[in-house]
Design a protein around this ligand. Sequence first.
Ligand code: UDP
Ligand code: MG
Length: 310
Amino acid sequence: MERKLISIVVPCYNEELTVEKFYSEAVRIFEGYKHDFEIIFVNDGSKDSTFDIITALAKKDARVKGLSFSRNFGHQSAIICGFEHAKGDAIVELDCDLQDPIEVVLEMIEKWEEGYQVVHGRRIKRKGESIFKKATAAVYYALLNKITKRPVPRNTGDFKLYDRVALNAILAMPEKDKYIRGLASWVGFKQAFVDFERQARFAGETKYTLKKMINLAKTGIISNSDAPLYLSLITGGILCFLSFACFITFIVLAICNITLPLTAWLFPTATLLISISWIFNAISNVYLAKVYDGIKDRPDYILADKVNIE
Ligand code: UDP
Ligand code: MG
């Protein structure tokens, strides 16, 4: 069988406790394997010694490539940067903390060799994730999948394998601030799943603060669905119908000689209408902000340094 190159893309933010262990695990699993491999560590503006460790690894092993951002641009930008620099025939993305077991990549490669072009890692157990995270994820993905045309498969994250063709299709899209797990399913091609048990973090704390989680959740909806915009149309229609029904009721009551004090209706009706119109105004503004970002056309990341990459 022809030897292929597998690119392993690893975003790293303050991962000085895990990078070396990730490297040694990857080498243990891929050394002497039927395909070649490269590991692309993307240092997402770490404040610790993460990039020094990556540089040292890259100096002793040419299969290790390092890219370093000028500041923290976020997990999704780090993945995109790794994808853009990957040379592989198949490209895999995983966490630096060994939560996504590297052995599972071998199963993904088997699927790829069967002809699948996007292979999703599907979590059948989630160790080391808080109840809050599991609960909010369940509610969020149920909502997201209701309002998007191409759902994000349940219990999957960014741990996936992409065939070169599928990855190029994603990279060719000009949109900024990509929601990668949404695009992976949107892009189509032959898709498969590999089930795995997500491990607890090998060392350190999660780098996904609540703020980063909310930001990713927002991108997931705003980049994938225009349903919130149409909500205003539906709500407007319902309110219009209700006020019309109210008007008819008033007339009927007046014919029957029953008159209600108008002020009893006025305050709740006015506040309800004003607050609803504020909500929809806000929704439009969130999309407007996305368009504004698109027009500014700033890059997803800025590189400050690289090793073993021309
Ligand atoms: N990460 C990153 N930039 C960030 C936050 C996280 O590159 O701003 C990396 C992090 O180092 C890890 C991966 O993205 O390799 C996933 O983050 P983490 O493991 O902290 O998230 P969790 O698995 O807890 O959701
Ligand atoms: Mg993790």
